[in-house]
Design a protein around this ligand. Structure first.
Ligand code: DP6
Length: 364
């Protein structure tokens, strides 16, 4: 589908009011999106596991206005008015207005909350933008009730991407690819698609225990981070590497090659951080406890041959990944050895999930 396919215009009379509600999960990338072009087009394809527990729930109440002059909305985060989120939503509305022409016709009340603590250092932009995009699509579906389900999901992913790139991977589960890649003819820079190739069952129900090493605000916002890839000395090589890693992952997932998986996923995580360390300006986002956790995972894996590995996002927290078959051992290891490196001993046990869910909003 092309960008034009997502543009709408309606002859229908718009409903006067109502309320919609969606819950969207976070996701963790195995092959990282780092670097983008204009209009939220990724510099390379990425693939992620959709999570289950870490999620944002958003309700949008809408009431038609007399005059459609500008965007108007109230925003509540965890029950409280949240003025500082408003500019981000305004920018988002500006980017998606061409695709949802009803936006200026309504006043919205947006109520949102996260399942994970606000100060956990877990980025809520993926789940938050996905949940909001889905709510807006639900409103569009009320205007156009014959909308095809596939179109609904694709357009929700397309809109979510315009809010935050990785959010387009938070609509469906459990392995999602975003970004054009030769081998996957259905792939697109505009939205995420479910990974179509064979995946061995040892990779189903994968677990992700998130070690909250540092709960503060991110040292480098993703906008700044992506920007650092412009003029980066290793950018071209990195973007090509993401493509070849996607090729390699196909066989790894099909054959159930756990060793290959671990090697590829850890290398991707370290490459992401290597890109930050070698950009101008440069950053080190790992903390001493991040390194301690990584070293302990390596030592434990070597000693016990248990297939536990890690990945990182653009921060100090460590995502500990392991298959369902070793979950008891993994939790024991985390409790015995890793928890001491988490801020206040906090960590979140999450796992692969099936994607966003529509909730029944009262007053619909
Ligand atoms: C390191 O999606 O947060 O988590 O498009 O600017 O909102 P924006 O960036 P964002 O970047 C995520 C980067 C990452 C890797 C990934 O999720 O693929």
């Amino acid at each position: 589908m092309t960008e034009k396919d997502f543009r709408s215009s309606y002859d229908e009379v718009l409903p006067s009011e109502g309320k919609v509600s969606w819950k969207a999960p976070s996701n963790i990338a195995l092959i990282k999106y780092w670097g983008k072009k204009e209009n939220q087009i990724p510099a390379n394809p990425s693939i992620s596991i959709t999570l289950d527990a870490c999620a944002t729930t958003t309700s949008v109440s809408y009431s038609r206005k007399e005059e459609a002059s500008q965007f108007s909305f109230d925003l509540f985060f965890e029950g409280k008015v949240k003025e500082d989120f408003k500019p981000k939503i305004n920018t988002f509305f500006g980017r998606i207005e061409a695709y949802l022409p009803f936006l200026k016709q309504y006043h919205f009340k947006i109520e949102t909350s996260n399942s994970f603590p606000h100060s956990s250092g877990i980025a809520s932009s993926a789940s938050g933008m996905a949940a909001l995009a889905l709510c807006l699509m639900e409103i569009e579906r009320r205007i156009l009730p014959n909308m095809d389900t596939m179109f609904f999901k694709r357009k929700a992913s397309f809109l979510a991407r315009l809010g935050s790139g990785s959010a387009c991977r938070s609509i469906e589960g459990d392995l999602i690819q975003w970004g054009r890649h030769e081998r996957l003819t259905d792939s697109s820079d505009l939205y995420g698609v479910t990974y179509p190739f064979k995946v061995n069952k040892i990779f189903s129900n994968f677990h992700d225990a998130i070690m909250l090493v540092h709960k503060g605000q991110k040292q480098v916002s993703s906008t700044v981070g992506h920007d650092l890839m412009h003029g980066h000395p290793y950018a071209t090589t990195r973007f090509a590497q993401a493509h070849s890693n996607l090729d390699a992952l196909e066989q790894i997932l099909a054959k159930g090659d756990m060793e290959g998986f671990i090697q590829l996923v850890e290398s991707e995580a370290l490459t992401l951080h290597a890109m930050m360390m070698t950009s101008n300006p440069y950053f080190i986002l790992m903390k001493p406890d991040t390194m301690e956790i990584i070293n302990k995972i390596w030592a434990y894996r070597e000693a016990t041959k248990t297939p536990i590995c890690f990945t990182l996002d653009a921060g100090a927290n460590v995502h500990v990944l392991y298959p369902e078959s070793v979950k008891e051992k993994a939790i024991q290891f985390i409790q015995d050895e890793l928890v001491v490196h988490c801020e206040n001993g906090h960590y979140i046990c999450d796992r692969a999930g099936s994607g966003a869910k529509k909730l029944i909003a009262q007053n619909t």
